[in-house]
Design a protein around this ligand. Structure first.
Ligand code: MN
Ligand code: MN
Length: 473
């Protein structure tokens, strides 16, 4: 391609992007495919925050990261790798740099919770010879999307002695699955005239659990189907109806991550938001942790829970978990505060991809597009940037320059037209600590639906972007 002043004036001055696929050679396409395959397995393995953190910590251990809570205040040396598991639902990891943490860390922060259906505390009931589970949905969903699809059951029961029993039903071949029923169109005249937000209401998201009554002629219990279900659960897991009151049981789509499209350029799956950023972030930090020499600055990975419900709670990004972990890497309080103000973070989270079917809600000059690379979202929020973390121009430019230097295509991404809605990420909690932070991740189609879609090339570009950021910021 012609350079400098030989280029057409418009080529030099305009900011126009092509699909990243146009630039890929055979070797790159192989790398793209390998990362996608690894990612699909990661998705299928960890469909809930607990399963995902199990998978993450297992990988970290394999890569030589040591559990910081088992280390007895041992001094950190450059190149050391540590991690912390927060209640099995959130995790932090670090590769200790040559410079002290007080000089600032290079941080990637993503979340690993996704919208789903949680069981209530007294979920099981029987009606008309059917056993049903009553749910309370988690995160922002379009409720009608969660009916008539196969669901799998995940979570934990804790018995009186504190013994934990993990449940995972509907993921293995031959497993039964679950579903929320919907009304047949023949009788749905009234339902179809309702607004989409109430056509299926939250209280209607009840899950079919069984229909076979308990067989015992001497038992005059009225709820025999419910009894049979409890009997099954009791025999297999030792639980009773009361066990649900403390349990965390989550229903998520039972289908596996799959390639989408004849050209296999896309991946459809449950839970891309935000595992399609958590995964490349994890891969980037583990890849860099294998370098022979320690990084200049300490590299940190933060995987938080509860983002989809506002990051509150003791595993969410508004808790002190993040600060506590950084405190463990610093010598004293002053050093910690210096670490906050000198650190640089990418809030690794997804953005809405422009959808031509729903073009009217997007500003197509500022929206992110499938296949056009990692998205830099300078600000989030809604209305007049309310609740936004708005990254500083200096920091944005620095990140953009790093990506440009490494020939990593990036694009802008504003979530929809002004006043059409909005959203937030964990960026503002890091920004509150005085860090530089920018939202940066993969564009997603059908976000928050049971089957979200991303591009393999965007996943790959994001991975490369995170690598470059950790190394060069
Ligand atoms: Mn997200
Ligand atoms: Mn989300």
């Amino acid at each position: 391609m012609a350079k400098g002043k030989d280029k057409k004036l418009s080529d030099r001055l305009f900011f126009n992007l092509k699909s990243c696929w146009e630039e890929t050679d055979e070797k790159t396409e192989k790398e793209v495919e390998a990362l996608a395959l690894d990612y699909k397995q990661f998705l299928d393995r960890g469909k809930t925050e607990r399963e995902c953190i199990d998978a993450v910590c297992e990988l970290l251990e394999k890569e030589g990261f040591r559990n910081i809570d088992a280390m007895n205040n041992q001094a950190f040396k450059p190149g050391m790798k540590v991690y912390r598991n927060i209640r099995g639902k959130s995790a932090l990891a670090a590769v200790i740099g040559k410079k002290p943490a007080a000089e600032g860390c290079n941080i990637l922060g993503a979340h690993i919770d996704s919208p789903r259906l949680d069981l209530k505390q007294r979920p099981l009931y029987e009606d008309s010879d059917l056993a049903l589970f009553d749910t309370h949905y988690y995160g922002g969903i379009k409720k009608y999307q969660w009916t008539t699809i196969p669901l799998s059951m995940h979570g934990v029961f804790i018995n009186e002695d504190g013994k934990k029993t993990a449940i995972r039903i509907g993921e293995e071949p031959g497993d039964p699955v679950f579903t929320v029923t919907d009304l047949l169109p023949h009788l749905a005249k009234e339902q179809m005239e309702k607004k989409a937000s109430v056509a299926v209401e939250g209280e209607d998201l009840d899950i079919l659990a069984g229909s076979r009554p308990y067989k015992d002629p001497d038992n005059d219990e009225k709820e025999k189907v419910k009894l049979a279900i409890l009997d099954l659960l009791n025999k297999k897991y030792g639980v009773t109806e009361k066990s649900f009151a403390s349990a965390e049981i989550e229903f998520v789509p039972a289908f596996k991550a799959s390639d989408v499209g004849l050209d296999r350029s896309l991946i459809g799956a449950y839970g891309h938001d935000d595992r399609c950023c958590a995964f490349p972030a994890l891969k980037a930090i583990t890849a860099l942790s294998r370098n022979k020499t320690a990084p200049e600055k300490t590299l940190v990975l933060y995987l938080s829970d509860k983002e989809e419900t506002g990051s509150a709670g003791n595993t969410g990004a508004r808790s002190l978990n993040f600060e506590n972990f950084l405190a463990m890497l610093c010598e004293n309080e002053t050093q910690l505060r210096l670490c906050f103000s000198r650190s640089s973070m990418l809030s690794a989270d997804v953005n809405a991809a422009f959808d031509p079917t729903y073009a009217s809600v997007f500003d197509n000059k500022n929206a992110a597009f499938i296949g056009k690379g990692i998205v830099l979202e300078k600000y989030t929020g809604s209305g007049g940037k309310y609740g936004a973390s708005d990254a500083n121009a200096e920091f944005c430019a620095k990140v953009q320059a790093i990506l440009d230097r490494n020939k990593i295509q990036w694009q802008c991404g504003e979530l929809g037209k002004v006043d059409k809605g909005g959203g937030g990420t964990i960026a503002l909690y890091a920004a509150n600590l005085g860090m530089d932070v920018l939202d940066c991740g993969v564009p997603v189609l059908s976000m928050h639906s049971p089957f979200e879609v991303i591009s393999k090339i965007d996943l790959f570009t994001t991975y490369r972007g995170y690598m470059a950021f950790l190394t060069e910021i």
